[in-house]
Write a protein that binds this ligand. Structure first.
Ligand code: MLT
Length: 412
């Protein structure tokens, strides 16, 4: 008798965004006028067209694929050298961070990488996640059988939840107890918070002291405008021995539909075997890549490479400028309603505490029905998000101005 993976049955409601879509569809089916006015500021999906340099690089790569002499079949699973070099040189070595090309693994997305990375870790690690949290970190651990059952509030037995609150600036202090794997995401999704150098140093020191590994999600790094805020965990001394970094082209180059990202696994990073022997993780991730993945398409990797050209960089800066301009408008609107408002200065997300007494899903429903705007309910990211909602600044300027006006009109 074939058996299913019963850990999947522990998962709570649908993944947050499909669940939001289900509720939005139910609303639209009953309100055609609302449907015509609907503006989506829920999922953090980019809206602006692909940069010209990227499109040109893709066209040229397609032409190469159309000629026998330049056609490419399977590429290196870890990524073409031209892209690994562009990433390591521009994102790291240009900033004085020593990362070699072989430490870069090009993939089809950070969401996939954050889930897949669990393949190279044992099943008996103590795992810490932030609360609120990007749901992928939790759900992939549930699927892998690293947790017990979930409770009514969505917390799973076996995980250590690090509360991120307005009081701690949405950056948790290191725990007193020992954990083995810690997910950190800065600039943070969903709160839009950033972590200072000293806060990240405390985490690196903790990891070194406890033989823990930090899984550092830096997908929103391009939105950091404050030069004091670290852009990479490897800016912190010692991080090469204890951290894996995830980065993406989704939110800087507008690649949410194109799909390209990368993971950095330093060669010094070691973990223990069951018998206590120290072994590097790099060969394991390399083996996983070669066994379960055939690499990102050549056309896509040429597109990602174009983001590092002079023209590409200027275009990325323009995109970030656009989305952060939106963020400013949304922050002002939320503050104008008298609501406690966070994020939106070094991150594309605005994290707002709704009117007292309303749950996140009640806020979601009110904003959907009265303002015809889709936001993300904070409790969908974890119990510490209850009472909050997230507004994404990924949208056209015209839509954002309309959203700001409609939020004000709610009269909160
Ligand atoms: C979000 O809205 O939280 C993100 O778009 C999700 C993602 O990047 O997968």
């Amino acid at each position: 008798m074939a058996r299913l993976n019963s850990h999947y049955l522990k998962l709570k409601a649908g993944y947050l965004f499909p669940e939001i879509n289900r509720r939005v569809k139910a609303f639209l089916d009953t309100d055609p006028e609302g449907a015509a006015r609907l503006i989506r500021c829920g999922i953090g999906d980019v809206t602006e067209p692909l940069p010209a340099s990227v499109r040109r690089a893709m066209h040229a790569a397609v032409e190469e694929m159309g000629a026998r002499e330049s056609f490419r079949g399977y590429g290196p699973e870890q990524g073409y050298e031209f892209l690994r070099e562009a990433i390591a040189a521009n994102d790291y070595r240009a900033h004085g961070i020593e990362i070699s090309n072989e430490e870069i693994f090009v993939s089809d997305g950070s969401k996939c990488d954050c889930g897949n990375i669990l393949d190279i870790f044992g099943s008996d690690n103590r795992i810490a996640v932030m609360d609120p949290v990007y749901p992928v970190y939790v759900d992939t651990n549930v699927m892998a059988g690293h947790t017990g059952e979930g409770d009514a509030s969505g917390l799973y037995d076996g995980l250590l939840y690090l509360a991120c609150t307005a009081e701690n600036g949405f950056v948790p202090a290191v725990p007193k107890e020992k954990v083995d794997l810690v997910y950190l995401c800065y600039p943070n999704n969903p709160t839009g918070a950033t972590a200072t150098r000293s806060q990240l140093t405390a985490w690196v020191d903790y990891a070194l002291k406890n033989d823990a590994v930090l899984l550092f999600d830096a997908a929103y790094e391009a939105y950091i405008r404050d030069p004091e805020i670290p852009r990479s965990i490897y800016e912190i001394p010692g991080a090469r021995k204890c951290a894996i970094e995830f980065r993406s082209f989704s939110k800087n180059g507008g690649f949410t539909g194109v799909r390209c990202a990368f993971t950095v696994v330093p060669k010094e990073l070691e973990c223990s075997t069951a018998s206590g022997e120290r072994r590097p993780l790099h060969p394991l991730w390399n083996r996983r890549f070669s066994t379960k993945f055939n690499g990102v398409s050549y056309v896509t990797q040429r597109a990602a490479e174009a983001l590092y050209s002079e023209e590409g960089r200027a275009e990325v800066a323009e995109l970030i400028h656009h989305y952060m301009g939106n963020a400013e408008i949304l922050v002002a609107a939320a503050k104008g309603c008298g609501l406690p408002t966070f994020g939106g200065t070094n991150a594309p997300y605005i994290w707002v505490h709704g009117p007292k007494g309303l749950t996140s899903w009640e806020i979601f429903d009110t904003v959907l029905k009265k303002a015809n705007v889709v936001v993300t309910p904070g409790s969908g990211f974890g119990p510490a998000g209850e009472g909050y909602f997230r507004i994404s600044s990924f949208n056209s300027r015209a839509n954002v101005e309309t959203v700001a006006a409609r939020l004000r009109a709610l009269g909160w």
